[in-house]
Design a protein around this ligand. Structure first.
Ligand SMILES: [Ca+2]
Length: 164
């Protein structure tokens, strides 16, 4: 798992400050609030899941899905406008680059019918366009609109984990 350098740095700084404060005030051992999320994930404000944006390692759709599964999740399911807006806010707050990112949808099961990993159909209003080539995987464009893409393309990706 590769963390975005900015968030990693912020995390380190935060830990250093916490450590310093603990020594200064002699605060007894306390555990931080458990989010149930792997390190590097940001909780969506809806509170149902956390996301992490891979900003360095460009890989195929399947390799990206496997990487997210190793964290206990899957590629990001941008099923609603609300989730899209939340992700856009996180992207802005963390200063993440305007690039193309793999998301969870494909039409591998039924050509032309794009669905998320849980079988939910992709909301038509979130599409930027579908190419005449009718490719099998779905990416989010730099401004988080959905577009079909060739699954073997190498892109950045967004993972989503729902705490148990
Ligand atoms: Ca297709």
């Amino acid at each position: 798992m590769i963390l975005h350098s900015l968030s990693t740095n912020r995390h380190s700084t935060c830990l250093e400050i916490m450590t310093t404060k603990e020594h200064f005030y002699r605060i007894p051992n306390q555990t931080p609030p458990a989010t149930g999320l792997p390190s590097g994930y940001t909780m969506l404000s809806s509170g149902n899941s956390g996301v992490q944006v891979e900003t360095r390692n460009k890989i195929s759709w399947q390799a990206a899905q496997t990487s997210c599964q190793e964290d206990g999740g899957h590629l990001f399911r941008m099923q609603t406008l609300a989730k899209k807006d939340e992700l856009a806010q996180i992207k802005q707050e963390l200063g993440l680059p305007d690039r193309e990112y793999w998301v969870d949808a494909t039409d591998i099961a039924s050509d032309g019918n794009y669905v998320w990993g849980d079988g939910d159909p992709v909301d038509g209003s979130l599409w930027l366009s579908r190419s005449p080539a009718n490719m099998d995987c779905v990416k989010a464009t730099w401004d988080l609109q959905l577009q079909d893409a060739n699954c073997v393309d190498h892109l950045l990706y967004i993972c989503e984990v729902t705490p148990a």
